[in-house]
Design a protein around this ligand. Structure first.
Ligand code: FAD
Length: 366
């Protein structure tokens, strides 16, 4: 039986970042992935960093993912040096637009969080919106400009995968973990369909599938939430801002690709795209930016956000000694990955974390 200091279940952004941190700290690490590395939620993601707080989020939590976003922006060039893979991290302002009084109120309500996270915001009128982004010809009533960035998440995953292997992380693909091995109240390893792994610590980073690993005492109410997206090319549309529409986002990638999304749907693990969802995104985008009607479709896809009932992830220690959760990152897992990895690393190595994340306690649903 193979034996490691740490076995991580799931090779999405969370598992990869945790593996990177633990390996850098000197641990022997096995990363178990039931399919291919980085091909689920982290691949399907929009890769937006910072942008805007959500209604359920505390200022502290928003500030934490702004910090996580900055960590990713600093990591991208380091990973490019290590692996030759550029994750195309790019800073640009976000332009949040409102088309009526109710949407204006929603946009203005974000100010306290933005100020609290030192991100700031500037409210602008319809003329200034058109001056900044002339492609928006719909009758906007208010605009708000914030700091923002995006990263090509698929390239980031490839770079993290390459860097992990290079640093000595053992990556096992096609390896389905189905149960913890437990002695008394301590985890001692992981059972997979093909072999068993002995481990000093086990991290559950299985995303939307985080509830399926048998043997843990906690209730893990994580479920899949489908998000549909598409990418287009539009020579006539030169976006200098990420556009935050009331329901959808339009993201200009460094490569020139424009990414549009995303839906939020509870349909289990059905990863098909639907006409209605794509119609909704496309309709809103063309309403705001009519020139997008000439865009050519590059790709359409769907993925599963690991939804947690209160929006916060489950990150931290289990009642079972040596077992840790890093699941349920819902809409924000790319930005929260660096902080998550830091917390898991600190907990495994020192037994404590200085991060203010009581709201992420994995035992809160039990
Ligand atoms: C459409 C969409 C848009 C998004 N946009 C953004 C955004 O703009 N910004 C942002 O910050 N976040 C965004 N998110 C959210 C973000 O992508 C997720 O929160 C994040 O990717 C979760 O990472 P993860 O590693 O936990 O999950 P995943 O990437 O799903 O990885 C989990 C891995 O575990 C593996 N696994 C599961 N069970 C087992 C098992 N039993 N044994 C072995 N392996 C297993 C899976 O195969 C998978 O590879 C978006 C998500 C979606 C779907």
């Amino acid at each position: 039986m193979k034996s490691y200091d740490v076995v991580i279940v799931g090779a999405g952004i969370i598992g990869l970042m945790a593996a990177r941190a633990l390996r850098a700290a000197g641990c022997t690490v096995a990363l178990l992935e039931r399919s291919e590395v980085g091909k689920e939620a982290s691949w399907a993601s929009a890769g937006v960093l910072m942008s805007r707080p959500y209604a359920y989020e505390s200022i502290t939590d928003f500030a934490l993912r702004v910090e996580g976003s900055e960590m990713l922006l600093a990591l991208a060039p380091a990973l490019a040096d290590e692996t030759g893979i550029d994750a195309e991290a790019t800073r640009h302002p976000a332009l949040h637009v409102a088309f009526n009084a109710a949407e204006e109120a929603d946009v203005r309500a974000l100010q306290a969080h933005l100020d609290g996270a030192n991100l700031g915001c500037e409210f602008i009128g319809p003329d200034e919106v058109r001056a900044r982004q002339p492609e928006i010809t719909a009758p906007v009533t208010l605009g708000m400009v914030t700091s923002c960035a995006n990263i090509e998440n698929r390239r980031l995953l490839r770079a993290l995968d390459a860097a992990a292997r290079k640093s000595g992380v053992d990556v096992f693909t096609g390896c389905v973990a189905y149960a913890l091995q437990v002695t008394g109240k301590t985890v001692t390893g992981v059972r997979t369909a093909s072999q068993d792994f002995a481990a000093g610590a086990v991290v559950n980073a299985a995303g939307s599938w985080g509830a399926a690993l048998a043997g843990a005492p906690e209730h893990v109410p994580v479920q899949p939430e489908r998000g549909q997206m598409l990418a287009v090319h539009a020579d006539a549309v030169a976006l200098t801002h990420l556009i935050n529409l009331p329901q959808y986002i339009i993201i200009p990638r460094k490569s020139g690709r424009i990414v549009l999304g995303a839906t939020t749907e509870k349909v289990g693990y059905d990863r098909r795209n639907t006409l209605g969802a794509i119609h909704g995104i496309v309709h809103a985008a063309i309403h705001a930016i009519p020139a997008l009607a000439e865009a050519t479709i590059d790709e359409v896809w769907a993925g599963f956000r690991p939804f947690s009932p209160d929006g916060y992830p489950l990150v931290g220690a289990s009642e079972l000694a040596g077992y840790y959760y890093a699941v349920g990152h819902h809409k924000l897992g790319i930005q929260q990955a660096p902080i998550t990895a830091e917390i898991i690393n600190d907990l495994i190595l020192t037994g404590q974390s200085s991060r203010p994340v009581a709201s992420w306690d994995p035992k809160r649903f039990s």
